[in-house]
Ligand binder design. Structure first.
Ligand code: FE2
Length: 379
């Protein structure tokens, strides 16, 4: 099933990586949320996700409800507990709404579990087979930073809508998509001095390679700083930048995240589009709020990034950021946090050859985040 393999914008052979798993793509992302019904409505209405699958009381699941929404190659699972003693309640108490599972699509979930645990991964659950009338799926899981986990999903013998146990979700309410295509990258925030151990985890346990790094000189403003390293798997389809806070005059956005999430977790999911102007205009009309850089950002933009295909007018009107590297350029924009805790947010990105992450925008962006932190009293 070639659901998520066609991401040529991302793919780049990373010779240092060893693809012993190997990973075919991001299978899905599961968020634990306080109210899955309302969250699903939000991701449909605001972000253009489409109703896909459902599991809950009506399908024989007694302790939780999950709504699956899809857009392009992305699938989000929104799960909430139904019973007072469910372990998901503790996740919600500590973290609020957030990403629990980064599920990775593999050919062999037993092998993925054996290879990673042999190299030091802590098991989340052993390989197991889940079946229904549409076939069978093999899943296994390992633990990550904080309470986050990777689940390996082997679905070559499955022909159903999503996973065994889920029914297709036919909704009467189907707002159009916003043109979002696939997960470009997902970023982790980890604690002080924890970036390098997690870099090593992705190298040793997952066979990833460190393809880029930014220190506190690259990522600092007058007030705050952070460090980041980007980990990639061998075919370049999966990229996980890992951030840790760095010393500054005031509290960095990573520390603010760690305070409100009560530990490490996923900071943002970057979603790719082929037409960022159209996508962002659509998202704004549906109420999605974005960080805004000062209009002076656009004064010398073309001197900084060179010639681009897009007109400057719509970019500055919508606040879209541009950066260039050796291979091309990219356009990007970041939402405000998606929930009341200043934790998870979404990046919208369009790549025009660039394989990097917008280093030239870090300063303007982090100053925009600091203005938000100032309003929250958390700088
Ligand atoms: Fe990003």
């Amino acid at each position: 099933m070639a659901i998520q393999s066609e991401t040529p914008e991302l793919e780049k052979v990373v010779p240092e990586a060893q693809d012993f798993l190997p990973l075919l793509g991001t299978d899905h992302v599961e968020l634990y949320v306080g109210n899955a019904k309302q969250a699903a409505h939000f991701y449909k209405s605001a972000f253009g996700f489409q109703s896909m699958a459902y599991a809950g009381l009506e399908t024989g699941v007694k302790d939780r409800t999950s709504y699956v929404v899809e857009q392009g190659k992305m699938r989000l699972v929104l799960t909430t507990p139904l019973t007072k003693d469910h372990e998901i309640n503790e996740h919600l108490r500590l973290h609020g709404d957030g990403v629990k599972v980064i599920a990775l699509w593999v050919d062999d979930a037993r092998k993925a579990f054996a290879e990673t645990t042999k190299r030091g991964a802590v098991p989340y659950f052993e390989p197991r087979v889940e079946k229904d009338a549409d076939g069978e799926v093999v899943k296994s899981g390992i633990k990550l930073y904080g309470d986050t986990v990777h689940i390996f999903v082997e679905r070559k013998n499955y022909h159903g809508t999503f996973l065994p146990g889920y029914k297709p979700w036919k909704s009467a309410y189907n707002p159009p998509t916003a043109g979002l295509k696939y997960v470009d990258h997902m970023v982790a925030n980890v604690g002080w001095n924890e970036m390098n151990p997690w870099v090593k985890f992705y190298e040793d346990v997952m066979g990833f390679a460190n393809v880029l790094g930014f220190d506190d000189k690259d990522i600092s403003t007058e007030y705050s700083a952070l460090m980041s390293k980007v980990m990639s798997n061998g075919n370049g389809r999966i990229k996980f930048p890992i951030n840790e806070p760095a010393e500054g005059k005031k509290k960095s956005q990573v520390e603010e995240y760690l305070d409100f999430y009560n530990g490490p977790g996923v900071q943002h999911i970057a979603m790719a589009t082929d037409d960022i102007v159209k996508t962002v205009r659509e998202l704004m009309s549906r109420g999605v709020e974005f960080l805004k850089v000062p209009s002076s950002y656009y004064d010398n933009l073309l001197d900084r990034v060179g010639k681009i295909d897009e007109d400057l007018g719509p970019l500055s009107e919508l606040g879209i950021l541009v950066d260039r590297d050796d291979e091309g350029y990219l356009l990007q924009l970041f939402t405000k946090p998606l929930q009341d805790r200043p934790t998870l947010f979404i990046e919208i990105i369009q790549r025009k050859g660039a394989k990097s992450f917008g280093k030239g925008n870090f300063k303007a962006l982090f100053e925009a985040i600091e203005r938000e932190q100032e309003l929250r009293g958390t700088l």
